[in-house]
Design a protein around this ligand. Structure first.
Ligand SMILES: O=C1O[C@H]([C@@H](O)CO)C(O)=C1O
Length: 547
């Protein structure tokens, strides 16, 4: 195993992700940030220097469990203090498992501002994936707004509320096209045909392939809002990995991917090599106002400039949830994967609601909208600083008379920074319960991401979770993941083993929703975490603590 060192500087810079110039967050002058490539068992060391002039920064290593290094999880106010302008913080952690991961900002809405990149962990030397492929491509998917993130944040926390709206563009590896389409000729809109020399920063990255080979596509979504569907014209994909875990291979024509998720698919280049094929990404789960992002699968026998003469794959209707559910429910763990414990020690039911608080619009979990404290929980719990955050524990359930199918009779919620204290080495079931939002007949998709652990996804259901529904749980081969979606008016059941002392966020991965309070904090034996680098806690009430 190797120690891999990186020196990174985070800054705002000009960029044109979708051919329109705006300010983006970059790392070492790059957007998206540099790809980290490592082998399982390696140690990653990133010296992160904050070159922003007026705000802090942190980076979260999404999907890396940080076993034994909870201070390196990169969550401001939770695992560490935001790194001040001019300061450098050393992230040092082990990547213990192969898989397709990514990293991103976890302070304010910096992920939406473009602070993200890929993190790919290969099998350790001498070990082989349980599938064969000849070469691979890496597709990091995101969405992009022309309005600055500062303006978005202010709008979300203003009264009256100003929603961020739908993205202007979808990006593949940081590249999209706002004012033109590669397939304009084949659509009936008035949008113009893109013309690229090829070296523009917003020109699509063409996937150049040779015939009769197998390619692994690593696909990860770090969108701020959009749920996506990816399809490749004329080609099936075989799903083999989800969030760093092997799954029972299954073939699809298109794949749904929610923010925070990653997949690997295998693609056989078994089609006519004298043609090129569209790769398309479109919005699902919200009424789309954003064009598809397009690129090409280009066979070596055909110049990349030769566009297909066909229409790109049509994204399934945004509200065809049966299509989404069929995909999601086809995901099973590969035989031989770790199985969940057969029973649980504690069940936490988390109802999400959209609410008002003194006229401001919020999201709340069991009627608590999360506000983060100024002292990171990891430090305040370790040092027993009881005035650093609300000592009132948020509830494990919601009022059973609550009607999830209707807007709440009382829309008001409360705010809080309390934590769920989880006993080490216990098995916890979490039932995520969706409900009607503020508007009538509206319930949205929320992809929930757990820090510090994978969980088994035991099942999905419609309506309200009720006693007896656990009989439908899949305890035989449920997939292990770090992100799981809740469908409108439905529930999702997760199980995890609390085996990682630290303080871990569990939240909706939609960036504005987290900003509006949609998350909870799981504290796991944090008072027993030793040797926290003092730079991680150099703020708030822990600012003067030596450890
Ligand atoms: O949090 C959200 O707010 C808006 C809408 O509900 C109110 O404008 C929206 O679509 C969200 O997802």
């Amino acid at each position: 195993a190797k120690v891999r060192h990186f020196k990174w500087e985070v800054e705002y810079m000009y960029g044109a992700p979708d051919c329109q110039e705006h300010v983006v967050m970059g790392i070492n002058g790059q957007f998206p940030g540099p790809t980290i490539r490592a082998k399982a068992g390696d140690t990653i060391v990133v010296d992160l220097t904050n070159k922003l002039h007026t705000e802090g920064v942190v980076i979260h290593w999404h999907g890396i469990r940080q076993l034994g290094t909870p201070w390196a999880d990169g969550t401001a106010s939770i695992s560490q203090c935001a790194i001040n302008p001019g300061e450098t913080f050393e992230y040092r952690f082990k990547v213990d498992r192969p898989g397709t991961y990514f990293y991103h900002g976890h302070y304010g809405m910096q992920r939406s501002a473009g602070l993200y990149g890929s993190l790919i962990v290969d099998m350790a030397d001498g070990e082989k994936e349980p599938f064969h492929y000849d070469a691979e491509f890496n597709l990091l998917l995101s969405d992009w707004w022309h309005k600055s993130v500062h303006e978005q944040e202010v709008g979300l926390s203003s009264n009256p509320f100003r929603w961020i709206g739908e993205p202007q563009s979808l990006l593949i590896n940081g590249r999209g096209q706002y004012n033109c389409s590669l397939a304009a000729k084949f659509s009936n809109s008035s949008i113009s045909q893109c013309k690229f020399e090829g070296n523009e920063k917003c020109a699509p990255q063409v996937l150049k392939v040779r015939p009769n080979k197998t390619y692994r596509l690593r696909i990860a979504s770090t969108t701020a809002l959009a749920s996506l569907n990816l399809a490749i014209e004329g080609h099936k994909m075989v799903v083999v990995e989800a969030d760093g875990n092997h799954v029972q291979p299954f073939a699809v024509n298109d794949l749904d991917i929610y923010s925070g998720e990653s997949y690997s698919v295998l693609l056989k280049t078994d089609q006519n090599p004298y043609k090129n094929y569209w790769v398309s990404i479109g919005v699902r789960g919200r009424d789309p106002k954003t064009n598809q992002a397009l690129t090409l699968l280009s066979y070596s026998a055909t110049p990349a400039s030769k566009l297909p003469t066909t229409q790109p794959p049509v994204t399934p209707r945004w509200d065809d949830y049966n299509h989404s559910k069929a995909f999601t429910k086809s995901i099973y763990a590969l035989m031989g994967s770790p199985q969940p414990p057969k029973t649980y020690d504690r069940r936490i039911i988390l109802l999400n609601t959209q609410n008002r608080l003194n006229g401001f619009v919020k999201w709340a979990i069991n009627n608590v909208s999360l506000v983060l404290p100024s002292t990171p929980y990891l430090g305040s719990i370790k040092f027993g600083l009881n005035n650093a955050f609300d000592q009132k524990t948020p509830p494990d359930n919601y009022d059973s008379s609550y009607d999830i199918m209707k807007p709440a009779p009382n829309q008001n919620t409360t705010q809080g920074s309390g934590v769920y204290t989880i006993t080490l080495n216990t098995t916890v079931d979490v039932i995520l319960q969706n409900a009607n939002a503020l508007a009538k007949d509206v319930s949205e998709i929320h992809p929930w991401h757990l820090h510090g652990h994978d969980f088994w996804v035991l099942g999905y259901g419609e309506g309200k979770f009720k006693n007896g529904d656990e009989k439908t749980f899949n305890l035989k081969n449920p997939p292990l993941r770090n992100t799981a979606v809740i469908f409108p008016f439905g529930w999702t059941a997760l199980r995890f083993v609390a085996d990682n002392p630290g303080v871990w966020a569990f939240h909706c991965h939609i960036e504005p929703h987290l900003h509006m309070g949609m998350g909870v904090i799981f504290a796991q034996d944090a008072h027993r975490v030793g040797q926290i680098p003092k730079e991680a806690l150099a703020c708030g009430l822990t600012g003067n603590k030596q450890n």
